[in-house]
Design a protein around this ligand. Structure first.
Ligand code: DAH
Length: 340
């Protein structure tokens, strides 16, 4: 057997080819199912014990040589002229990659986070499926009170206590249960209301909630914070005004208008010729809400606000139909490029 292997080794060493067919024949001859190597390995069991070691080494050597030979011949078969040509064609245009872009709602959400983080607000997110306590009761919505009808809630039929959150105010409660004051946070997230879909409303949309609880937080702090936000978001010339309003969880409550960034206050169809557009609800956190979260309202006060991301984005980019945000039409989405 050893002699046989030596003979094959010699054959492999001197083997030369002129084309791919010969190489394939060679491969089959040695490595094919009934080829020389499988046959040799098969008859290895008949080799007397005292010769097994030597024969085994030789046999492995043959196998390696065959494989090396095949690989070497294979690479020599590739036309060298062709490879050279391909590797050196530096004039070939690059494959055109279509770069994606962020969704306008993500851009504005990130801008809001960025603006508030510069004045010390941190971000917290929480669940979209909420219980009655966090979405309503702790926020001072009394049971059976008509204020609950302000928001068309998606309840879970089998669990009247569970609902899709109707606002991100629920995360105010979650944060106050979790942290001790000072709390200075914003809560971005998705909210759900049973609304008929139109150019101005959708059953799924996004809000950012803000909360600041500490000793001596005043209405003046709220106003200054919102003025800063308005200028950062809509431009340096932006002015704000507050109108009195009602929310169960804030007292006093207000709605914030910013001067129309499109006509600069002169009047246009976006601001309905008033010069002002409403962007958020806000107020001083009702002491009852603080107490619901075991925060001593004789020591601490706070302000809160909540804004719609869709609405802010529409104002910022002059988008007139809210449904565009959800249709994934590339012609619309392609227009938004941002570093954030
Ligand atoms: N949660 C209110 C809504 O969804 C918005 C809001 C108003 C949030 C006043 C607040 C606030 O934090 O103080 O309409």
């Amino acid at each position: 057997m050893q002699e046989k292997i030596q003979k094959y080794l010699e054959e492999v060493r001197s083997f030369a080819i002129s084309g791919a067919t010969e190489l394939e024949e060679f491969r089959l001859k040695y490595l094919g199912r009934k080829g020389i190597l499988p046959e040799l390995f098969n008859s290895f069991k008949d080799v007397p014990n005292d010769r097994k070691r030597e024969t085994g080494l030789l046999l492995n050597d043959l196998k390696n040589k065959v494989e090396e030979k095949i690989n070497a011949l294979k690479s020599s078969l590739v036309d060298p002229a062709e490879t050279k040509h391909e590797a050196l064609d530096l004039t070939r245009p690059v494959d055109h990659l279509q770069a994606g872009s962020r969704h306008p709602l993500s851009i504005v959400r990130n801008q809001i986070i960025d603006i508030f983080s510069r004045i010390g607000f941190t971000v917290m997110e929480d669940r979209e499926i909420e219980d009655d306590w966090h979405n309503f009761t702790a926020l001072n919505f009394p049971e059976e009170h008509p204020a609950r009808d302000m928001q068309d809630t998606f309840f879970i039929e089998k669990h009247p206590d569970i609902a899709l959150r109707t606002h991100t105010s629920s995360v105010q409660i979650r944060s106050m249960e979790k942290f001790k004051p000072p709390i200075r946070m914003i809560f971005p997230g998705r909210v759900f209301r049973n609304e008929v879909i139109s150019a101005r409303a959708h059953c799924i949309f996004h809000q950012v909630e803000g909360l600041y609880v500490d000793k001596n937080v005043s209405f003046a702090d709220l106003k200054q914070t919102l003025l800063y936000f308005g200028k950062e978001m809509f431009g340096d010339k932006t002015e704000i005004r507050l109108r009195p309003s009602y929310f169960p969880f804030t007292e006093p409550s207000g709605e914030l208008d910013v001067s129309c960034n499109i006509c600069g206050g002169a009047g246009c169809n976006i601001c309905k010729y008033t010069g002002w557009v409403e962007i958020l609800g806000c107020g001083m956190v009702d002491p009852a809400v603080l107490e619901n979260c075991h925060i001593d309202s004789s020591i601490y006060t706070g302000f809160a606000f909540g804004m719609g991301i869709e609405r802010t984005t529409m104002l910022k980019y002059q988008i007139r139909d809210l449904r565009l945000f959800f249709e994934n039409d590339l012609r619309f989405l392609k227009q938004f490029r941002s570093a954030i």
